[in-house]
Design a protein around this ligand. Sequence first.
Ligand SMILES: C[S@@+](CC[C@H](N)C(=O)[O-])C[C@H]1O[C@@H](n2cnc3c(N)ncnc32)[C@H](O)[C@@H]1O
Length: 296
Amino acid sequence: MNIEDYRDMIPDFEKFVARMNEPQPYWLRVNTLKITEDELIPRLEDKGFVLERFAGMNAYQIENMPVKHPGATVEHSLGYYYVQDFSSMLPALLLSPSPGDFVLDMAAAPGSKTTLMAELMKNTGTIVANDISDNRIKALAANIERLGVSNAVIVKGDATSRRFGAKFDKILLDAPCTGEGTYRKNQKERMPNLSDHIRMSKIQKKMLKNAERHLKEGGILVYSTCTFNPLENEEVVQYGVEELGLKIEKVELDIPHDKGVKSWREWSFEKVSDRMIRIYPHLVDTGGMVIAVLKK
Ligand SMILES: C[S@@+](CC[C@H](N)C(=O)[O-])C[C@H]1O[C@@H](n2cnc3c(N)ncnc32)[C@H](O)[C@@H]1O
């Protein structure tokens, strides 16, 4: 496939392509389980960091830094902040787990969203953080430890089929995907082909089906990917609505984004497109993310 396949799907396509070819800035969030923004930000600025706070949120674009990588500081080792693209914060923010909630993070490693959810939950309640990859689970454990998260249990299993033995208030399914929204960061050259998207879509549907099985009545499930192709996004969410009986929620989001895609090639996604959220690199200076908030 070629990026041109998305010309009719993505608004301001020329700007999108130009932005995809620019290096992606780093972002960070302050880990308020360990330190306040008011304490940490001046401390990093004294070291030479230039940070731009975004929309009054705990999300800072790093405009300049005195180190090669934003993780190369004592403050990072102490778990005072987490380097995370702003687009990647949104699924957890939209799931918005509360203190005391019982939450399942079905594909959790390396824990960017698990650790953000722990912060939103003020380290109370429980997060069951699952992943299938041993290596990535090591990174998940290291991040949970570094950030001082004490309400997460790590488990290893296949999210397409694993029984978790409980029903949850909230579930995050940040699904494995072809990752087109991260190509800017990695400057990858090869776009996935159609069969890659179709194969991933089938796996994602299995995961969504298993997620629905583990959600309490009235519970909220956020589905997200960091890829643009609608077969991995709108198609999966439409399956959730039509086949699993989930409802797609209307979300008010006060940051630049686009709605879902209505159709692509021979596929149509009219049932869900209006309520899906697409974050593109040329709207805020980030990677890409597509999100749906679903209710049982
Ligand atoms: C998009 S990444 C998750 C990123 C993570 N949520 C975060 O914010 O740090 C997708 C994850 O799915 C995991 N994965 C892939 N197939 C899986 C499966 N069948 N069951 C569970 N996890 C799986 C991968 O190991 C990978 O860590």
